[in-house]
Ligand binder design. Structure first.
Ligand SMILES: Nc1nc2c(ncn2[C@@H]2O[C@H](COP(=O)(O)OP(=O)(O)OP(=O)(O)O)[C@@H](O)[C@H]2O)c(=O)[nH]1
Length: 292
């Protein structure tokens, strides 16, 4: 029976089955290693997008740090076997300073670096995360942090964005107009999710307050709004506000669409409203696509 020194980590590892590395015959220094990714011949097809996704990385959205879920990719020429994937995160790291600032200037800089370092025609990125912001209660003004889901998606061909999109999902209150109409008292209401993905017109100026502007449009057209802190006076306000502004999912989507069309920087959008119905187990939804 082999003796093991269980007082050392090495001994314990061997006791649990770890073995010494083999000497091996393959090169150990980078210069001598095969570089399959960079081998060249006719590989039959160009690839539209190749890269990595489901990457969690710190981001800064507005005033707060958050966690971004990234997809980073480039195109790939027909005569190249693969991309150098390690360079995707190397490029991301060049714009990381306690988090990658999520704005279109930084995104353009990152995509330009990706494209250059990968020596490809185009680079693209999609990142989603939670945007945190201060939101005061409607009456007392008591401040606390609320959030909305945001997504940035862009592609860059070396000269300009070939895709420039910003999306947001805001949560709202909706109160059913039918229920209000037919009932002696009360009306059922629910939490709604208003989700939009906007094609941004790169020739228009994107206002510095685009996130706030969009959030306001998504929530103000609903029956009432959600707040992190509500005292009784605030609660009375949001309850009565909902009753004064009944909305079907069809009403909400049309009212939001009207405001979106008015924005100069919006080229088109996909919009969805979804109510988590409080009188059903299922949800109610509406969808709309619009191109100017
Ligand atoms: N192209 C490609 N790479 C992969 C795949 N799966 C894993 N890898 C990555 O291969 C990478 C190592 O390759 P490279 O980035 O080309 O490394 P390298 O050639 O030493 O890097 P450079 O010094 O920048 O040329 C690792 O980061 C792995 O994550 C795949 O399906 N395709």
């Amino acid at each position: 029976m082999e003796e093991f020194d269980l007082t050392t980590r090495e001994g314990r590892f061997k006791y649990f089955g770890s073995v010494d590395p083999v000497e091996g015959t393959k090169p150990k220094v980078k210069e001598d290693m095969a570089d399959l990714q960079n081998s060249r011949k006719d590989f039959l097809f160009e690839v539209d997008s190749v890269g990595i996704n489901n990457l969690s990385y710190p981001v800064v959205i507005g005033d707060f740090q958050s966690v971004g879920n990234f997809e980073l990719a480039t195109s790939l020429e027909k005569d190249e076997k693969g991309i150098n994937m390690s360079r995707l995160i190397e490029s991301l790291e060049t714009v990381n300073s306690n988090g990658v600032p999520l704005d279109f200037d930084t995104i353009k800089e990152l995509l330009s670096k990706l494209r250059d370092r990968m020596k490809q025609n185009s680079a693209e990125l999609t990142v989603d995360g939670k945007w945190f912001f201060n939101k005061p209660a409607p009456g007392t003004g008591l401040n606390a942090v609320a959030n909305a889901d945001v997504v940035y998606s862009a592609a860059f061909d070396g000269e300009s964005f070939t895709r420039k999109q910003f999306g947001m999902t805001a949560q709202v209150t909706t109160l059913c107009p039918c229920s209000k109409e037919i009932s002696e008292y009360s009306a059922h209401n629910q939490r709604g999710n208003v989700k939009v993905l906007i094609d941004i017109d790169d020739s228009a100026e994107l206002p510095a307050t685009y996130k706030e502007d969009l959030y306001e449009i998504l929530e103000i057209n609903a029956s009432s709004q959600l707040y992190p802190i509500l005292k009784r006076t605030d609660e009375k306000m949001v309850t009565e506000r909902a009753y004064e502004n009944p909305r079907f999912v069809e009403d909400l989507i049309r009212l939001v669409a009207y405001d979106l069309v008015e924005l100069d920087w919006v080229k088109g959008f996909e919009l969805e409203c979804r109510n988590e119905e409080s009188i059903h187990q299922h949800d109610a939804f509406s969808r709309l696509k619009y191109q100017k």
